[in-house]
Write a protein that binds this ligand. Structure first.
Ligand code: UD1
Length: 355
């Protein structure tokens, strides 16, 4: 079997790692195509190196642009690559613009399309990711779902016959990395080395368009973080840094200490060592639960509802909610494993083998 994986953004590299290993273990031919959506070394190369993912065969180097331009550039560049590779499956991951572009490119040239992390819904149509996941699921020939709820969402939309429950590949990679992350010293050599060693900190990431593009909202969120009684290590995504610079917003205020995005093993070690996570990332709110760390998610909806139901994750739709949670303390979760036990990549490959 020949599989072309199309990836482009940071969370997709993480999901690719266990899938690439599982495909290789079964002796399949695997071609990795990188759209170039993320291109800084710390947002891309470092993941391939740390997670031992084979280097991409092709990098389309599309870079950053508005949604239409970025997606359109990918679509145009992908078509000849997919036609030439002529795989048994084009495999796409998650919900980014790279996911949607590869899905459309594949079905237009009649190549079988499989979508990993299929069936998630936030039901928030203002999120670009929500359009990307809905359209990709409906284009796909095979929907590889992480949870029972995702399977139900797919059934509701008439996609049950082409859906398979395989579990969540993020569990595979997160738990494997956590098992080796204990010896890491993230942020060593920075002024916050001792803070990390002491463990009395919150870890924060804010990067979503909904939170960064409106300067008034961004400022209010930062002020809420600044007022936290516990120090906050903010791992600043380039989108956040760019908006803050443009709007003359100081990121490092009050309790907030700013650092660049971290390599995946260091991120895992920082989550494990923290008192809690504040994020608007889909992946990180779930990784926090997998690592038994409470989280506050700065959004009004989540596609990972199980994290909220089990009590690990609290939604804070706006800055006042966030300030309140930070004052009162992080949520306390209950045991539960709704995302599988770490064999999702093997099950996904088995589903591709049987169709
Ligand atoms: C994208 C995904 C989002 C995912 C996130 C993970 C879409 C619609 N969004 O959002 O779902 O959670 O990736 O990080 O696909 N930039 C750099 N260097 C880079 C990459 C980006 O400086 O290597 C800057 C550019 O200014 C760019 C901005 O970040 O315009 C946004 O990047 P983009 O890939 O468009 O979206 P993300 O916010 O990263």
């Amino acid at each position: 079997m020949k599989v072309v994986s199309v990836v482009g953004a940071r969370p997709q590299f993480v999901k690719l790692a266990p899938v690439a290993a599982a495909l290789t273990a079964r002796g399949h031919e695997h071609v990795i195509v990188h759209t170039g959506q993320h291109y800084d070394a710390g947002m891309s190369e470092v993941f391939f190196a740390d997670l031992r993912i084979p280097a991409p065969t092709v990098n389309l180097a599309v870079g950053s642009a508005g949604h239409a331009t970025q997606t359109g550039r990918m679509l145009e560049a992908l078509e000849p690559v997919l036609v030439q590779a002529a795989p048994d499956w084009v495999l796409v991951y998650g919900d980014t613009n790279s996911t949607l572009a590869a899905a459309v490119a594949a079905v237009k040239v009649h190549l079988p399309l499989a979508h990993l992390e299929s069936g998630l819904r936030s039901f928030d149509r203002a999120m670009p990711e929500e359009h990307n996941r809905v359209m990709t699921d409906h284009a796909a020939d095979l929907c590889l779902a992480p949870t029972d709820l995702a399977m139900r969402n797919l059934a509701t939309e008439g996609l049950a016959a082409r859906s398979r429950l395989v579990g969540d590949v993020m569990v595979d990679v997160c738990l494997a990395v956590a098992a080796t992350a204990a010896g890491r010293s993230p942020l060593a050599g920075t002024p916050d080395e001792a803070l990390v060693a002491g463990g009395d900190y919150l870890l924060a990431t804010i990067h979503r368009q909904e939170n960064t593009d409106d300067p008034a909202r961004l400022l209010a969120l930062l002020q809420a973080l600044a007022g936290s009684p516990t120090p906050v290590l903010l791992l600043a995504h380039p989108r956040l840094v760019a908006t803050a610079a443009r709007e003359a917003i100081e990121l490092a205020q009050g309790a907030v200490r700013v650092h660049p995005p971290q390599a995946y093993p260091d991120l895992v070690a920082l989550v494990v060592g923290s008192r809690g996570v504040v994020t608007d990332s889909g992946g990180l709110q779930k990784e926090a639960m997998l690592l038994r760390t409470p989280a506050v998610t700065v959004r009004s909806t989540t596609e990972w509802t199980e994290t909220v139901e089990l009590g690990w994750n609290r939604l804070a739709p706006d800055a006042d909610d966030l300030a309140q949670v930070l004052r009162k303390g992080m949520p306390q979760g209950r045991e539960g494993t709704p995302y599988g036990s770490g064999d999702a990549a093997v099950r996904a490959v088995a589903a591709l083998e049987t169709g």
